[in-house]
Structure formats: C-alpha cells, structure tokens
Design a protein around this ligand. Structure first.
Ligand code: FES
Ligand code: FES
Length: 200
C-alpha cells in the first residue's frame, strides 16, 4: 500500500492505495465519486475523463482509467461532481449540454463535459471542426455528436459573453466540509452496476 494525498473536488483526501489501483477506481470505490463512470477501462471511450492539475498547477483533462492513483499524489482532481458553483448552479458547459440536448443515455456525458471544459480553457471560441477534433477521444453511442457540438458552441458563447467561466467553480460549501455527501462509502455500500457493453 502507498499513502497518497489527493485533493478531489476541493476536499483533501489521504488514503492508502495499492500501487496498481487506477485513478478511476480510486475515485469511485474509495471516495464514492460515482459521477465519473467507466465505459471501456482501456482508455478508448473517454467516459472516465476528469481534470487533473499538472506540475504547473494547470487543470488538464485526463482519462482516469489511464492514470494510476499514485500518479495523482499531491495533485488536484476535479470531477463532474465538483463543477457546479457554490450555490449548486451548473457550470456553463453543464447548462449548455442540458439546454442543447447534448445527451441521450448520458453515459458519456461526464467525460464529454470535462473534456469540453478543458477544450474551452485552451480555445475560448472553437470552430465546429475544432470542437470535433478536441473531443475526438470521447465516444458517444447515442447522439450522433450534433447536439454535443452545439452544446459546446453555446457554452463557448456564454463564457465569452461573461455569463460564466470555463474555470471550474470553487467547491460547494458542503464539499468543503469535513465530510462530503458521497465520501466515506464503504465498498459494500456502493451498488454493483452493469456496465453497458458496445453493440458489435
Ligand atoms: S473508461 Fe476510461 S477511456 Fe473508457
Ligand atoms: S448520450 Fe449515450 S453514450 Fe452519449
């Protein structure tokens, strides 16, 4: 076991992890952050995308099934559960996905939104082509991508108009308290789930 110290959605966590534990499993099974989902476990689908601070402190999107929990030691992670503002207002990208119907089953949505937040940080006014290129590591089985691209365009316009920021909002007051609503779940309290398999 290795001791790791990771800030997740504004809360500092100290945990013992096995060196082989993937970040996505650590987030879900040890911290109860089940908003981050596992689609493929092989770094192909992007469903598990979260933001992780780099050595310079910049938040970059990473596929958390391709990062070991020990690699996140002393880093800050933001998941889909940490994007909303202090009064639980949605992040502009979350709002745009809702308004532009950028989802159907929603399984890809957490990863899509986190990747879009990173994309808009890099490029505040991406063209449709740049959005498609920026999100190409994230797969959606339902939407045909049209509404996802539209949602990112709408979020970009909203952010540029000053109605929001691509910066993740500060953690919610509850997340800043000693115990988050979903933290501390024992493994047996986390319901088993059936991971949808792609149709061949
Ligand atoms: S679960 Fe990580 S990329 Fe598919
Ligand atoms: S909305 Fe179902 S996978 Fe994207």
């Amino acid at each position: 076991m290795t001791r790791v110290s990771i800030k997740v959605d504004g809360v500092d966590y100290e945990d013992d992890v096995e060196p082989r534990t993937l970040l996505v499993h650590h987030l879900r099974e040890q911290l109860g952050k089940v908003g981050t989902v596992v689609g493929c476990d092989t770094s192909n689908c992007g469903a598990c995308t979260v933001l992780m601070s780099d050595a310079d402190g910049h938040q970059r999107s990473v596929k958390s099934c391709s990062v070991l929990a020990v690699q996140a030691n002393d880093r800050e992670i933001i998941t889909i559960e940490g994007l909303s503002g202090p009064d639980r207002t949605l992040h502009p990208v979350q709002r745009a996905f809702h308004q532009a119907h950028g989802l159907q089953c929603g399984f890809c949505t957490p990863g899509m939104i986190m990747a879009a937040v990173d994309l808009l940080e890099e490029n505040a006014d991406p063209s449709e082509e740049e959005i498609r290129e920026g999100l190409e590591g994230n797969l959606c089985r339902c939407t045909g991508y049209q509404n996802i691209v539209r949602a990112v365009r709408e979020a970009s316009a909203e952010i540029r108009a000053g109605h929001g920021t691509a910066e993740p909002a500060p953690p919610t007051p509850r997340a800043g308290e000693g115990e988050t609503p979903d933290s501390g779940l024992r493994r047996e309290d986390v319901p088993d789930e059936t991971i949808p398999q792609p149709v061949p």
